[in-house]
Design a binder for this molecule. Structure first.
Ligand SMILES: [Fe+2]
Ligand SMILES: [Fe+2]
Length: 270
């Protein structure tokens, strides 16, 4: 998905601000923890502060993330027109480092796409609020996956984009508000597919830490799919069912048909 240069510049300067903020936040946290350590009621306050100031579900360190015991994925499975094939799962396990990096890319692109939408469609409070939350969560996921790559000693390598997003975006209508509605519907499919693949990978991955992280992502990614879909319907004058059914077929075809490149959202390995 492309972002124009102006949006990219804004995004980059925003990213710098976020970075500075997090450095500042860290030093505040260090001060707080210093104060707490000097306190007589250390244990109790420390627990309260860590709950209050740094919720585990927002941690960049994946060690203490709260992994939901069970997430109902039936809405995701019903929404998608095809399930991931065993041959994709087998190939992904064989090429796990590449899949992990492509996942990092997906998180970054999800944030970039949402940032693009936030600048382009400023009229809707609901849209702005949901997108702001989405950007925050996707960037957190990006940082978490970078941390996983770092832990595994994995260097960033060149990776071209697969056919998946382009394969859907080429059907985007070119006039408003239809273009925005289509981007939101496509976003819903990307999120739902990510969710389905995290669940499939989590079941078979040997690395329990990574499997647990993928299970942690199910909750937010399944909510993202529903958020995108609800926004698409709210912002459309017409019922979007037909458009959803159209992209359901396109997406299922991209996932089921032979694909020469293996990526997080690629088709069946050719
Ligand atoms: Fe994400
Ligand atoms: Fe997401």
């Amino acid at each position: 998905m492309t972002i124009n240069q102006q949006d990219l510049a804004t995004f980059q300067s925003t990213a710098n601000t976020i970075d500075n903020d997090s450095i500042e936040k860290k030093s505040v946290e260090e001060n707080i923890s210093q104060t707490v350590n000097n306190s007589a009621e250390t244990d109790l306050i420390e627990e309260e502060l860590s709950e209050k100031e740094l919720p585990e579900e927002d941690s960049i360190d994946i060690t203490h993330l709260r992994t939901p015991i069970k997430v109902d994925l039936s809405p995701v499975y019903n929404f998608l027109g095809a399930r991931t094939t065993q041959s994709w799962v087998d190939a992904a396990i064989e090429n796990l480092p590449m899949i992990i990096q492509d996942h990092a890319n997906c998180e970054k692109k999800a944030a970039g796409t949402a940032m693009n939408l936030i600048f382009r469609y400023e009229f809707s409070y609901d849209l702005q609020r949901k997108l702001a939350q989405l950007i925050r969560e996707e960037m957190l996921h990006y940082e978490q996956v970078l941390g996983i790559m770092n832990e595994r000693g994995q260097e960033w390598k060149y990776l071209s984009a697969g056919r998946y997003a382009k394969g859907m975006l080429k059907h985007k209508r070119t006039y408003e508000p239809a273009a925005m509605v289509d981007v939101l519907i496509i976003g819903a499919f990307i999120e739902a597919r990510s969710c389905e693949r995290f669940a499939a990978l989590a079941e078979v991955i040997d690395d329990e830490r990574l499997a647990k992280y993928y299970r942690y992502l199910l909750k937010s990614e399944s909510r993202h799919f529903e958020d995108y879909l609800a926004l698409a319907q709210t912002l459309s004058d017409e019922n979007i069912d037909e458009r959803v059914a159209f992209f359901k077929e396109v997406e299922a075809e991209l996932i089921s048909s032979p694909d020469a490149e293996l990526r997080f959202h690629s088709g069946t390995p050719a």
